[in-house]
Design a protein around this ligand. Sequence first.
Ligand code: THU
Length: 134
Amino acid sequence: MSNQELLKEAIAIKNKAYVPYSKFPVGAALLSRSGKIYTGCNIENAAYPVSCCAERVAIFKAVADGVYDFSEMTVAADTERPVPPCGSCRQVMSEFFDSSMKIHLSNTHEQTKTLTMNELLPFSFQSEDMGERG
Ligand code: THU
């Protein structure tokens, strides 16, 4: 699976974003270790805070399908710089992605910046931090 293929999927699902409020569509394509791609777009709501980002939609679709092992993710948006995922998405990513997993962030010119999970969210809160309770 090439980065280009994941980017193509992320751009395709971006066109399905439900964004009547922000008018800012985002697409994400998540590659599972078994080779299946889970895509997500942002889905907004008149009650703004219950909107969900593209990254989380893709991750939640995979998890709802019983899939927890991932190898790469690509995010695409119509931004000048490669789109930076929000803090909530970074925390959700860190629940499921290894610290070395690569996340490709793309912009309107299809220029891509690649960061690892640890670069995207260093010193993240993990279940181990809850000790016996986690
Ligand atoms: N958004 C995403 O879906 N992913 C990101 O990485 C950044 C922000 C969405 C949330 C909201 O629907 C819109 O973009 C504007 O914030």
